[in-house]
Design a binder for this molecule. Structure first.
Ligand SMILES: O=P(O)(O)OC[C@H]1O[C@H](O)[C@H](O)[C@@H](O)[C@@H]1O
Length: 312
């Protein structure tokens, strides 16, 4: 039917209220999404770093430094930087010359698109890609493999899921470590505990890399930097509580470690892009990863890791 010939009463008849939709917007530097129920995320293309995750009330769940580099001049301090293919620095030959935590957090990713589901359980998935052809030439020379990284950030009313799929597109096997370096926002670190690490062994990075055993929940009273191997399976949550109340639960997929980090006073002072200087009180990093050894990926193989962070 010709539009102009439609009876005018059709457009005048009041219909059901239009259902609010998932909204996604993007520009040259970031992608933002909001659910009809109000939850939102903001992802920087540099590093595919999730910078912000707000609940339906607009409360921020992630910590981001006031001095975070958001212009691509370095990795962002805060949110969820992606660590790949090395955690920290290592003298392991293939990664020995790479910068701390590798290059994924300091490369510009491509926004590949969105998938949405509407209705009672609306959600949105944003996909980002980084391939060996698109990383900086210096990095290509230092880590000369062929790979594709596909990173998906899924927002649902109570959950944030971040999934990294690593594919070896080349002829040569490579080894990697990876970790999802989430900075959670808290009110006061001294009221924070992490449960789920009871009886886990850990390497204490602030005490000469000694191996220790965790007893009870993890509490914070000084610089904390530990690589845990949780005793519980990845499907059982690590829980961050504050003043006795659960704040976040974290379920891991294919990530057998969890780093727990807080810089405390002195390290915060010494970290140029950490502002304000007393912000160590307001952050805790609980970082699912596979960082204890090296994961080998053979020609044509893929490996998928993920974390699901849930609100109470
Ligand atoms: O300063 P960055 O390179 O971002 O690293 C921040 C932190 O990341 C992890 O949590 C490491 O275990 C820490 O040793 C490191 O200080």
């Amino acid at each position: 039917m010709n539009r102009a010939n439609k009876p005018s009463t059709l457009s005048a008849t009041p219909g059901p209220e239009p259902q609010a939709q998932v909204t996604v917007s993007s520009d040259n530097s970031r992608v933002s999404a909001q659910l009809p129920t109000g939850e939102s995320i903001d992802v920087l293309l540099h590093g595919a770093t999730v910078l912000s995750w707000k609940d339906a009330a607009g409360d921020e769940k992630l910590w981001l430094s006031d001095a975070a580099k958001l212009d691509g001049s370095g990795p962002a301090r805060g949110g969820i930087p992606l660590v790949f293919p090395v955690f920290g620095t290592s003298d392991h030959p293939p990664v020995a010359k790479l910068p701390q935590h590798g290059f994924a957090r300091n490369s510009r990713w491509e926004f590949l698109g969105k998938s949405t589901s509407e209705g009672a359980t609306s959600g949105v998935k944003l996909d980002f890609g980084l391939s060996s052809d698109n990383v900086d030439e210096t990095i290509q020379a230092l880590w000369p493999y062929k790979y594709t990284l596909l990173y998906s950030v899924t927002l649902e009313p109570k959950n944030l899921v971040t999934t990294l799929v690593i594919s070896n597109d080349g002829e040569t096997s490579f080894e990697f470590q990876t970790l999802l370096h989430t900075y959670f926002k808290v009110n006061n670190i001294e009221d924070v505990q992490v449960t789920g690490l009871e009886d886990a062994s850990y390497i204490d990075k602030v005490d000469g890399l000694k191996t220790k055993a965790q007893s009870g929940a993890v509490t914070f009273s000084g610089e904390t930097d530990r690589i845990y191997t949780p005793a519980i399976p990845p499907s059982e949550p690590l829980v961050i509580t504050e003043a006795g109340k659960p704040k976040f639960s974290i379920v891991r997929q294919n990530l057998e470690n969890a780093v727990v980090f807080n810089p405390w006073v002195e390290k915060a002072k010494a970290t140029a892009d950490l502002e304000p200087k007393d912000a160590w009180k307001n952050l805790v990093c609980v970082e699912p990863g596979t960082v204890g050894g090296w994961h080998q990926l053979d020609k044509g193989d893929t490996f998928e890791v993920a974390q699901t962070i849930s609100l109470p």
